[in-house]
Ligand binder design. Structure first.
Ligand code: PA5
Length: 466
């Protein structure tokens, strides 16, 4: 095990630790070995045939991303990323994990003359207006990301920003817009070609929520000085571990199997991820999309109706110990909990010795916030285990680009593998697509009139509005 590797500790999911009723028997994990082998072989053969290109993203050539990033850093003060779902959550999570809080308030971004980073991943008019008020549009590069090329929210925000820049500067310089999209098709690609915008590719077979290690996540990271090679190397490290057919050596297969068993055998249909770190909050949001959209499915691959999927929930320790934890300790037995524990923070904060005559306060003096947050994590997992509540933890040596790459890759393989256990397609999202079509209809896009009628045809009864 290398020093900067993350580890999966699932002690408190096992029956030896948390009891017969709630824990998993190691023998039952072995019972799944035929399924594990079959899914492993299917994923490996699809990887070989190029059907699942997300697997090979750690080994891509990043020279064009770096060269565009360098050019952006030299030319602009602000970097505005426009995207939604998989086209925004990945880059946001890298930013929040690897940059200090209040990054944009530091002089010139991170103080090394790099652009400030802004993310627009919603179409809330007040947020957009507020953003336009603070951005110096002449010095802003707009990076529009949409895999499909036509997502209404992303295109709408792009049109608003484009118009605002035109108003502010008289014209748009093509170098001010970068499009990240499918290499062969879609409206954004067409627009980019027509207007001479630079483009970066999301490989055709890589879907939105599996695209964080493409230019989707890597461009903003490189622009802001994050070592993207180290991040990809971390993903590669995890690839080695997750290519092992032996479930006892493969953290992605083990985690996917445990969640699947808790869900299907014990009805634990909620999967809470709780980070004892503010920096990792956005990675949980990214994971929530990955787990929810990949596994939440009406149909199995055999066409049967199954309505499956675990509901992922985000929590932050220690804050949510004072909010959600009561439910996790004493509420229904319908959850698993995954802790993200950071063993070494970037800084150390010592709690001053004060009020030395008050025992209730003075015990804290001389300790550090680092000790306190780690103690809280440990206490929470122990107290949950004592009441038969299964949890596991991912031990993170420190938050580095390598670790972030490892986490992305681990969760992606875990999700792809879990799709095999549930016998569903984890790479499609028919529900999301239907929502997009209904939006097109409501906004009057040609060809989607029927969708508009579907929405407008649903009447509401005034008795039920009070
Ligand atoms: O994972 C997915 O495919 C989706 O969640 C997309 O990321 C999201 O809908 C945005 O799509 P697009 O990148 O095509 O604009």
């Amino acid at each position: 095990m290398e020093q900067n590797e993350i580890r999966l500790d699932f002690n408190f999911m096992m029956k030896e630790q948390i009891g017969e009723d709630s824990g998993i028997d190691p023998g039952d994990i072995d019972f799944h070995s035929d399924a594990v082998k079959a899914i492993h072989e299917e994923l490996t053969s699809k990887r070989k045939s190029g059907e699942l290109p997300f697997f090979d993203l750690p080994y891509q050539d990043t020279s064009r991303i770096k060269s565009i990033a360098k050019d952006i850093s030299n030319s602009f003060d602000n970097f505005l990323l426009i995207g939604i779902g998989g086209s925004a959550l990945g880059p946001l999570s890298i930013h929040n994990a690897l940059h200090p809080p209040f990054y944009n308030q530091l002089p010139a971004g991170n103080g090394k003359g790099r652009p400030r980073l802004y993310f627009l991943d919603n179409v809330d008019p007040d947020e957009t207006t507020a953003l336009l008020e603070v951005l110096d549009l002449k010095k802003t590069v707009i990076v529009v990301i949409t895999k499909s090329g036509g997502t209404a929210e992303t295109i709408a925000s792009f049109l608003v920003l484009k118009e605002a820049i035109k108003k502010a500067t008289g014209k748009i310089d093509p170098s001010q817009v970068i499009a990240i999209t499918d290499p062969d098709k879609g409206d954004l690609l067409k627009i980019a070609k027509q207007n001479g915008y630079r483009t970066l590719e999301i490989p055709s077979g890589v879907g939105g929520r599996f695209s964080v290690l493409t230019p989707v996540g890597l461009l903003s990271a490189a622009v802001s000085g994050i070592n993207i090679d180290e991040m990809l190397a971390g993903a590669g490290l995890m690839d080695k571990r997750c290519s092992n057919q032996d479930i006892w050596q493969n953290p992605a297969y083990m985690k996917g199997t445990l969640e699947y068993m808790f869900h299907t055998r014990q009805g634990r249909n909620i999967s809470v991820m709780m980070a004892y770190s503010e920096a990792l909050g956005s990675i949980i949001e990214w994971f929530v999309q990955l787990w929810a959209e990949s596994l939440g499915k009406k149909y199995g691959i055999d066409g049967r109706t199954i309505f499956t999927g675990q509901t992922p929930v985000k929590a932050i320790g220690a804050t949510d110990q004072h909010s959600q934890l009561q439910l996790y300790m004493e509420g229904p037995h319908d959850k698993t909990i995954t802790f993200l524990r950071v063993n070494k923070f970037n800084t150390t904060v010592t709690i001053p010795e004060d009020f030395t005559d008050m025992e209730e306060i003075s015990y804290l003096g001389g300790h550090t916030l680092n000790e306190l947050i780690l103690a809280e994590q440990k206490a929470t997992e122990v107290v949950l285990a004592r009441t038969g509540r299964p949890s596991c933890r991912i031990d993170i040596p420190a938050i580095t680009p390598s670790v972030i790459g490892q986490l992305f890759y681990l969760f992606e393989v875990q999700t792809a593998f879990a799709g095999g256990l549930y016998k569903i397609n984890p790479f499609d999202q028919p529900g999301v697509e239907e929502g997009k079509k209904l939006t097109f209809g409501m906004m009057g896009r040609k060809g989607f009139e029927e969708k508009r009628r579907e929405v407008e045809g649903i009447g509401k009864d005034s008795r039920f509005v009070i």
